[in-house]
Design a protein around this ligand. Structure first.
Ligand SMILES: O=c1ccn([C@@H]2O[C@H](COP(=O)(O)OP(=O)(O)O[C@H]3O[C@H](CO)[C@@H](O)[C@H](O)[C@H]3O)[C@@H](O)[C@H]2O)c(=O)[nH]1
Ligand SMILES: [Mn+2]
Length: 701
């Protein structure tokens, strides 16, 4: 079925949508796989009734959680949607003069993890959007408008571009120099006005304690570029920080930006960007307008999400950072229903969506100027406007308001993107996924294992706060957005529960193998076919999906490997962090992912080498599991080679062998490598002790 928007002749079509042809096969497979899961649970139940024992109970729990998590992913496969937009037709139905104003928010939190020059690049890349009045004008029709990317590309060299390059290099050196010094030195302050600005960073100014700073850097129509074209408004905002207040991390930052921008410009369209996500296509807003200029869908359309895409991935994508499933497959699946989740960056919102559902009356704001209906027509740099803007960026501003609970970005979860998208959809908003071939934005990826594991830990803890609350997708969600959408959200909500089955499968069959205890059906038993089907079925479908959506076999292998590593590490630590927070013995925060690349680390990453390097406890379960699996695999194989029965232990030897195959880079890092990214000896020693202790404990039981 192919649909296009009503009211336009085919020549003027702005967007079309059709369901993915795989949907039918996915459904047939889902039914078959469900039957197989029931058969497995039946088999477990019979075995347990026959001879109840601890390993069988553990495996039942593991399989039950895996089955539940599998079921939550099915909604993504029932009705994936493929959309296309035709920006070339846009100006036939909407004149450039009528393009809606747009506010773009770029968050940055830590200059030492997020180099300011990269933030500058991101800002410049979107300031150069092909967009009217504030537009930077289309010079030479360049697609790469991120200066750093453009200047490192094979660009057309002429006196003008060389001049720009020199200007850029000077700016870059200056910014980096000031960062090292931690202060803007006098020789770079050229006027009394600039001095006044920089004086605001007084000596008692710290990242956690400082007043609000708002600086209008460029004002549209007052500031012009060399060709006389208006520049876009460019405003620097640093909200007040005070250690006595909870700042709600990125969600708090975005809410402050929502308010400050409401006072100054109040554009109906809002784009949120992470500081590393530069624009890779100047026509992106045109794609957005293909949806928003369609009166039949606009009233309910809360946001348009572009998949997060990344640059600098190594060939095998060893840490699975491409996240095809998270950023492309799942959102396309949800797009067949109410639409994709909000991904934190590369998302265009209707400002109105932050102020209550589309069919409810607009939620009232404390100050009239914050309402999305308010028309901001005063000069932004005027005293009155600046004063009000400072006021709404105060720490205490949100006290006794519904910011973060009913309006704006929602707090409660460290995954503010996941939770906000979910709540907006529960409010009745729809969304669409815009997935052009040329990525609209490109962001940085973590290049060390610890950064990647930490990022995944955050993504497992954040949604857990939603799972265990009155907004749980399985209850609240089902009642608001229906069973299938809610199940899609439940997958993330319960992501950390995957730690239980993965950890059980990483240790239990292997310890049992060492003790010569059989925990799976015999190789000659027909039931083993069920295990083979369930394992191969899940793996084959995953691999097939991955390749369908643009992945490679090699990357898929990395993805499944890192899934196992997250299971024993990120998700376990995530659960532990969640529990300790609720017992009031620990704190969790938004650990900003580093975007600074150490040259040597980058080189190793490019060679496809895993970067351990730091002695982090998060590596201990990974290393311990690798050791136990290797020992069990060798021990089991020797047993068979010496004439022991293979029948009873075959599945366990297979599981251990599979884990060994996945652990090859870990052994290499523990034993063979000498570079700085190797596994720290301390971790190898601790992990060996842990493995031995587990073995000893299993023998005692
Ligand atoms: O207290 C904070 C922490 C982070 N950020 C900003 O949030 C963005 C994302 O942070 P990053 O460390 O890069 O996190 P990632 O794990 O890479 O981000 C993913 O996951 C986040 C939620 O966990 C989403 O907000 C992001 O959009 C999504 O890309 C960056 O621009 C940060 O500057 C803040 O503004 N305040
Ligand atoms: Mn990031």
């Amino acid at each position: 079925m192919e649909r296009s928007n009503a009211g336009l002749t085919s020549r003027n079509v702005l967007h079309t949508s059709k369901y993915h042809p795989h949907a039918f096969y996915n459904r047939v497979f889902a039914v078959t796989y469900t039957l197989a899961i029931f058969a497995l649970l039946y088999h477990h139940a019979v075995a347990l009734l026959h001879s109840p024992n601890a390993p069988s109970i553990c495996l039942l729990i593991a399989d039950f959680i895996l089955a539940f998590m599998w079921s939550t992913t099915q909604s993504y496969r029932m009705r994936p949607m493929i959309r296309q937009v035709f920006p070339e037709n846009l100006e036939k139905s909407l004149s450039r003069r009528d393009f809606p104003p747009m506010d773009i928010f770029i968050c940055t939190a830590d200059p030492y993890k997020e180099p300011p020059i990269n933030v500058v690049n991101t800002a410049l890349s979107v300031m150069a959007y092909d967009y009217p009045t504030e537009k930077m004008s289309v010079k030479k029709n360049i697609m790469e408008r991120c200066p750093d990317v453009y200047l490192s590309s094979n660009y057309l060299q002429c006196s003008e571009t060389e001049e720009i390059k020199v200007m850029y290099e000077i700016m870059k050196t200056r910014v980096e120099y000031q960062l090292k010094r931690g202060k803007v030195s006098d020789e770079y302050i050229f006027s009394e006005q600039e001095r006044k600005i920089f004086d605001k960073w007084s000596n008692d100014f710290t990242p956690t304690n400082h007043p609000t700073l708002i600086q209008v850097l460029l004002e549209s129509c007052k500031d012009k570029d060399v060709s006389g074209t208006c520049m876009p408004n460019l405003i620097y905002v640093s909200r007040e920080k005070n250690s006595l207040f909870s700042h709600q991390y990125k969600a708090g930052a975005l809410n402050a930006l929502l308010r400050v921008s409401a006072i100054m410009t109040n554009a109906p369209l809002v784009l949120t960007l992470d500081c590393d996500m530069y624009s890779n296509d100047p026509t992106t807003p045109h794609r957005v307008l293909c949806y928003l200029s369609d009166a039949s869908i606009k009233p309910e359309l809360g946001y348009i999400q572009f998949p997060q895409r990344f640059h600098g991935l190594n060939k095998a994508d060893i840490y699975g950072s491409e996240f095809l499933r998270l950023n492309v497959c799942n959102p396309m699946g949800m797009d067949g229903f109410a639409g994709p989740n909000y991904g934190g960056s590369g998302c265009f919102f209707q400002r109105r969506a932050f102020f209550g559902g589309p069919s409810t009356i607009l939620f009232t704001t404390e100050i009239e100027e914050l309402s999305p209906n308010h028309i901001a027509d005063k000069p932004l740099a005027s005293e009155a406007i600046l004063q009000l803007a400072h006021h709404v960026a105060d720490c205490s501003y949100e006290n006794n308001t519904t910011w973060g609970t009913e309006i704006g970005l929602r707090y409660k979860s460290l995954s503010e993107d996941y939770y906000t998208g979910y709540r907006l959809q529960c409010d009745g908003w729809k969304s669409v996924l815009c997935h052009p071939d040329r990525p609209a934005f490109l962001g940085d990826i973590p290049i060390t294992l610890i950064d990647s594991l930490n990022q995944n830990k955050r993504w497992s803890v954040g949604p857990l706060d939603v799972a265990i609350s009155k907004y749980c997708p399985l209850t609240f969600g089902v009642s608001k957005i229906g069973f299938l959408m809610a199940y899609g959200y439940a997958y993330f909500a319960f992501l950390s529960s995957l730690s239980i089955p993965i950890t059980i499968y990483a240790f239990l069959p292997q310890l049992a193998l060492l003790a010569r205890v059989s925990v799976f059906p015999k190789a000659t038993d027909l039931w083993v076919c069920l295990y083979i089907f369930l394992f191969l079925g899940a793996y084959a479908q995953d691999c097939f999906d991955c390749i369908t959506y643009g992945g490679t076999l090699r990357r898929w292998w990395s993805e499944q490997r890192v899934w196992l590593a997250r299971g024993v590490s990120s998700y376990v630590f995530g659960l532990a962090e969640y529990i300790s927070k609720h017992l009031n013995i620990g704190m969790q925060g938004f650990n900003v992912t580093s975007k600074v690349f150490d040259e040597e680390q980058k080189k190793r990453y490019d060679q496809g080498k895993f970067e351990f390097g730091v002695p982090s406890p998060m590596f201990v379960p990974i290393a311990s599991a690798s050791i136990i699996n290797l020992v069990a695999f060798l021990d089991g194989s020797i047993h068979v080679l010496n004439g022991g029965s293979v029948d009873e232990l075959f599945v366990q030897i297979f599981v251990a062998g599979f884990a060994v195959l996945n652990s090859l880079p870990v052994y290499e890092a523990m034993v063979l490598r000498r570079d700085k990214g190797r596994m720290p000896t301390k971790i190898t020693v601790i992990s060996t002790f842990v493995a031995a202790a587990l073995y000893a404990a299993s023998v005692c039981i």
